[in-house]
Ligand binder design. Structure first.
Ligand SMILES: Cc1cc2nc3c(=O)[nH]c(=O)nc-3n(C[C@H](O)[C@H](O)[C@H](O)COP(=O)(O)OP(=O)(O)OC[C@H]3O[C@@H](n4cnc5c(N)ncnc54)[C@H](O)[C@@H]3O)c2cc1C
Length: 464
């Protein structure tokens, strides 16, 4: 473990949120994690874990001890016959995918980013797209959790099953995820097909579109009437020669979006013009085949800010129609498209996909103050349609807004109070989104409002 470095600043990948913990420690073994948790517990100093810092808010921040787990990494065991892989929590999805690939294995579905840690992705309900696929945390078979009492608990569906369900999406508030065993599948290739259609056609047939391929997504620029659709189908066909070029085309688009964002600082109305005419001409329909992990993710060098909500699948088209009206009214433009993905329901109590098939609606904006207006405008629209904010992205929701949206909220809070009665893993931010830890006796007396109003909070801070 590195020596304590009091006062060193830690910040998120996007650079929009940071903190100055009293101690920033980077353990490399489970024993070291346990020792830090015990010592902090004895001294009453709060602890937060950080993975690769790719959340857009202060979830990982603390003024106590920050455990930077980016050096606690590596694949520990691969059981190809059982389809299981065990990794240290700080391992990135990139490292994991590369090791699995060498063993002829893969994860069935991941999001667009390879740099996040396995523990961070699991803890925030990270997801890819595909109606048959729940968030990554649903692929967890077993995990080892360092809890506030300094014990290491091994949790799975047979050992402390309720704690296991809760620990799969826990925002770092039940303890430190040490190792995680994930389900994996034989390596597979994906055929990528893209096309463009009028947005209204996609929205009118939304649930059919959502089921048309193994993984689907569409993106849409609010001032346009057409959407760019992407469908991925599992195939036995070999990788095509243009695969590398195709993959980097998406990265190139992101770089162009970043440049347009800079140009749009002076006048946001220039953004559609630059997108349409100069820097981002519409791409023709393409079709190619590549290994699944290279199709799911792509390098994302340009920093930005993002807000995403998980909605009931059936409510998503109406939410997008309302979003179109709102975004067109604002007169502010982001060079990034609205991204729409879908997913299966999940049974982890704090999973944004809990209990329902889900449509995910994401808006990305450059990191400039003017663009945050767009996030402010769309958050109430998504909430009005039953949205639950992505735990790792920018949002303003508080415990009052969030609790009524999660049917098993109280179960999570009861288990949190049992595992961490003194709030060792709490912070100002977790107090905002989950409330402070309350003893279970006090909890019985508390009632949760039946329905959250749509506009409880007015602002989206920079990731705050
Ligand atoms: C460029 C980019 C692309 C993205 N794409 C997607 C996407 O496609 N789909 C999607 O769903 N999200 C996406 N996200 C969001 C992001 O992936 C998640 O927020 C994820 O949490 C980041 O993982 P991390 O390792 O950076 O976690 P951090 O941001 O470091 O931490 C997130 C949370 O996990 C907790 N945590 C971390 N490690 C541990 C541990 N060992 N034990 C207990 N708790 C821990 C922290 O305390 C914190 O609460 C994207 C983000 C970026 C920046």
């Amino acid at each position: 473990m590195t020596a304590p470095q009091p006062g060193r600043r830690w910040q998120t990948w996007s650079g929009t949120v940071g903190c100055r913990p009293a101690q920033l420690l980077a353990p490399t073994t489970e024993d070291a994690v346990v020792a830090v948790v015990r010592a902090a517990g004895e001294r009453g100093i709060p602890v937060r874990a950080a993975g690769s810092g790719h959340s857009f808010n202060a979830l990982a921040c603390t003024d106590g001890v920050l455990l930077d787990l980016s050096r606690y990494r590596g694949v520990l065991a691969v059981n190809a016959a059982a389809g299981e892989v065990t990794v240290r929590g700080g391992t990135t999805l990139r490292e994991l995918a590369e090791v699995l690939d060498r063993r002829g294995l893969a994860l069935a579905n991941i999001g667009t980013l390879a740099e996040q840690s396995v523990a961070g992705a699991i803890s925030t309900g990270n997801h890819g797209s595909g109606l048959a696929h729940a968030p990554l945390s649903a692929q967890v078979i077993r995990l080892r959790l360092v809890t506030a009492d300094g014990r290491v608990r091994t949790l799975d569906a047979d050992h402390e099953p309720e704690v296991f369900r809760c620990a799969r999406t826990a925002l770092g508030t039940l303890g430190v995820l040490s190792t995680v065993t994930l389900r994996c599948v034989p390596q597979f290739n994906l055929r990528v097909s893209t096309r463009s259609e009028p947005l209204d056609t996609v929205l009118d047939g939304f649930t059919d579109w959502a089921a048309e391929a193994d993984h689907v997504a569409f993106s849409w620029l609010p001032w346009q009437n057409r959407a760019g659709l992407r469908a991925l189908r599992v195939t036995d066909a070999p990788r095509t020669r243009d695969a590398v070029r195709r993959r980097y085309a998406t990265t190139l688009d992101e770089v162009r979006c970043g440049l347009i964002g800079l140009a749009g600082r002076a006048d946001a109305r220039a953004v559609p013009w630059l997108k349409g005419r100069r820097l981002l001409p519409a791409r023709p329909a393409v079709e190619y085949v590549d290994a699944s992990h290279r199709v799911f993710t792509f390098p994302q060098p340009v920093k930005f800010l993002a807000l995403e909500h998980a909605l009931p699948l059936e409510a998503t088209p109406d939410a997008l129609r309302a979003l179109r009206r709102t975004l067109r009214r604002t007169g502010a433009y982001s060079p990034y498209s609205v991204l729409v993905r879908v997913g299966a329901g999940d049974d982890s109590p704090l999973s944004p996909a809990y209990g329902r098939r889900t449509g995910y609606v994401n808006l990305t904006v450059p990191r400039t103050a003017g663009q945050v207006e767009l996030l402010r405008a769309i958050e109430p629209v998504l909430r009005d349609h039953g949205g639950r904010p992505h735990w790792g992205k920018a949002h303003t929701a508080t415990v009052e807004v969030l609790a009524p949206r999660y049917p098993e909220w109280e179960l999570f809070q009861r288990i949190r109070a049992e595992l961490d009665p003194d709030g060792l893993f709490a912070s100002d931010y977790t107090d905002r989104v989950l409330g402070p830890v309350q003893p279970n006796e006090a909890r019985a007396a508390v009632t949760v409002p039946a329905q959250a109003g749509p506009h409880e909070t007015a602002a989206v801070e920079d990731g705050g």
